[in-house]
Design a protein around this ligand. Sequence first.
Ligand SMILES: Cc1ncc(C[n+]2csc(CCOP(=O)(O)OP(=O)(O)O)c2C)c(N)n1
Ligand code: SF4
Ligand SMILES: [Mg+2]
Length: 241
Amino acid sequence: MAKYTKYPELLSPNGWCPGCGYGIIARLIYEVMEEKGVSQNHIYVGGVGCNANLYGALEGGNKVECHHGRAPVCANGIKALMPDTFVFTIQGDGDCYAIGMGETIIAAHNRFPITVFAVNNANYGMTGGQTAPTTLTGQVTTTSPKGKEGKPFDIIPQMRALGVDYCARGTTASLAEIRKLKKYITKAIDLQLQERKYAFVEILSPCPTNWHKSPLEANEYIMNNVIKYLPLGEYDTSKEE
Ligand SMILES: Cc1ncc(C[n+]2csc(CCOP(=O)(O)OP(=O)(O)O)c2C)c(N)n1
Ligand code: SF4
Ligand SMILES: [Mg+2]
């Protein structure tokens, strides 16, 4: 019999498409927050797109809805005023790496102790599947009907060049990877709570609706294609001098 796992108290019913990765991501982040005792004492600084369903899916705590791309710098300001409150962001890839690229980089450069999550589904999900910086080479989207030219943007080398203490890329595309992802999320949250450090986690997430794939095919697409361009793994220099 499958082991019973408690539904996190922070997660309420939500409106994502069947097979979307956002529900798993919300569940993992909220589980870890509950385990760390910050279910009520936190501020979620959120973005736009399908991501915005998180405002409805998150019970408890406090939420700040930001303009497209601005979440990490808003989180910086909030953390400066409320240093003892857990402050985190969750944005889509279009939000984080297109309109908000400047804010993403400056927040990582500042290294204020916030926790930044970027959900990379390789397109602008909510607005109908347009090309994002993360769209794969050759991937067909509504604005690249003949396939995208050029490489997908990879945030991890940028984060490493900025010298952040912790950055990781995980995915919801398989059970084994979901377990690893929970460890990355836990590490990132612990770094803020225990060591007052900035951490960044990107999550490769399926968008079956705009990829025109079944949920299973969308997960296979990530494991067979996306991770060739955007490899999974973590970089932890938080203990180095
Ligand atoms: C300044 C500004 N430009 C454009 C939009 C329109 N817009 C809303 S959601 C969205 C797509 C967001 O894509 P992403 O951040 O990848 O989130 P996803 O829906 O894929 O999770 C866009 C372009 C906006 N709200 N504000
Ligand atoms: S459009 Fe894509 S990202 Fe948005 S809820 Fe549906 S599957 Fe998820
Ligand atoms: Mg997206």
